[in-house]
Design a protein around this ligand. Sequence first.
Ligand code: OOG
Ligand code: MG
Length: 265
Amino acid sequence: MNLTLGREDVVRLCERVEGAQTRAYAILKLTDEYPGMTIGDGYAVQMALRQRFLAQGHKQVGWKAGLTSKAKMIQMGVNVPSIGFLTDRMARPENSAISTADLVHPRVECEVAFVMKKALQGPGCTRQDVLDATDYVLPAVEIIDSRFSGFKFDLPSVVADNGSSARFVGGGRARYVEDIDLTTLGVVMEKNGELVAMAASAAVLGHPAEAIAMLVNILAELGEGLPAGSFVMSGGITEAIAVKPGDNVIARFQALGSVSMRFVE
Ligand code: OOG
Ligand code: MG
């Protein structure tokens, strides 16, 4: 990856993003100050953030692919997928009340999550490699929270902000990949009983396992592999929907059951 930032700038930006994430305030996109910032620089900031959280005792549970569907790329105005890390502190139980007081602009999106039984290492990881290494899939809702004012961002900034990762909820019914067709799986999202988004899982690069393969190949560029046991989200199938206190959300996945949660102050 192409790096332009020095170590001091990476640490500065990491501290800025960490402050915005942990104290829930909006910041300007990082490229306002560093217009030459590359996607590689964004990952350098993300990896520094991951090191900091791990040093503070957070446990990494897996990774997520982002911006893997046309709906998300159009919504966010970018055209390259990205990855981010997931920790135990971001996980919330199914049917729980999720506080918005510690979030900036929360939005929800439906995703297919993969749990790996074998480790994967790129480059050259394929959809079939992913399917062979998958223990099971389950439905998930990601609560993303871009820390950038007015959602004004670009890829280097969103990568530095760990792909807007904030909270996630897994649930529904776990299935083996050989028992379902992940290209035709329908998903609908309801907010307060009203249908707000619908799509099919093929929206994610044609097949969600394709997004996991891409993630493994990006990890290889960062000098990392995907460990066995990882929980990996394959990216929003629908566009993301804004939520506020009082909202009830239910995501219904064909063949995988549903995942619900409510939002509170
Ligand atoms: C970036 C997060 C992307 C997804 O599933 O596409 C993402 C954003 O939209 O803020 O998590
Ligand atoms: Mg997502």
